[in-house]
Ligand binder design. Sequence first.
Ligand code: C2E
Ligand code: MG
Ligand code: MG
Ligand code: MG
Length: 295
Amino acid sequence: GARREGRNHIEFYSPTAWLQARRRLEIEHALRGALEQEEFSLAYQPLIDLADGGVCGMEALLRWHHPELGPCAPGEFIEIAEATGDIVAIGEWVLREACRQAAAWDASGLRFGRMSVNVSAVQLRDPGFTQRVLLACADTGWSTARLELEITESALLLDTDALWECFGALQSAGVALAVDDFGTGFSSLSYLSRFPVGRLKIDRSFIAGLAASDGTGRAVEVTRAIIQLGKALRMQVLAEGVESNEDERLLREYGCDEVQGYLHSRPLAPREMVRWLQARALSADHVEPVHASMG
Ligand code: C2E
Ligand code: MG
Ligand code: MG
Ligand code: MG
């Protein structure tokens, strides 16, 4: 029986663990046909420049709707797609779709700055990755200079010659790199002085505590330290998960460059994003921009 085989098997006696394992298998199976069945879509979340309150970019976020599993969050299925290797094909679809949408919006006169796309460590291990990125831009007509790739600290742990070459080639082509979920990766910071990273995205777990702690407390100190680190290294710093005016006020005071979060907008379906950008462009014609100096 499982019990005699050791600790690792005992969990299968628990019904919740059994349900979790079954759900995982169902997702794994459903993921196989998801691209072909066109079950994926992208949501977009605006990135806001704190200097002038303008939209300086947007992040593409993957959404999956399977007819039987129902909506399944990326937090649940990305990890499984990484384990099976499906993330390589899915990630390529994300990249091409985000570039296609960005080029179409740009051609229709919408102003939104850069398009930022999440990239998994598994994609970076693929030797053809750089070429795929450049080809996605060439095929869709989206400028490499307006593309940013978001990479987690754990992906930078790879630290291989191949990864170096990949980043070098992307940098020469004008593609920007950001470190996502900064501060949660348990990795050494040594990569910051070696890889051509232009932006740090402070993880929202630090930002969630800002306003509540009224400018005191450890999350505040970590946030301020990350902003100082970014400045010292001449990087841009963006704060994720900004939900209140008070969060934003504190971040501006600390010298943070950009914010992203529910305060400005949740991730939106493409059509909603068009309306959001149009409404914002209209109100910007009438309302004075927010200025960085408030004192
Ligand atoms: P991320 O790249 O750090 O994306 C930001 C996440 O924070 C998004 O969750 C977004 O909806 C959420 N968020 C934004 N503002 C707020 C806020 O004010 N409050 C709160 N509570 N949450 C906020 P989402 O869309 O569920 O994505 C989760 C993660 O899944 C992403 O974190 C990213 O790591 C991964 N992911 C999403 N799309 C892709 C993709 O196309 N490829 C890869 N490899 N990973 C992806
Ligand atoms: Mg991201
Ligand atoms: Mg992030
Ligand atoms: Mg995050």
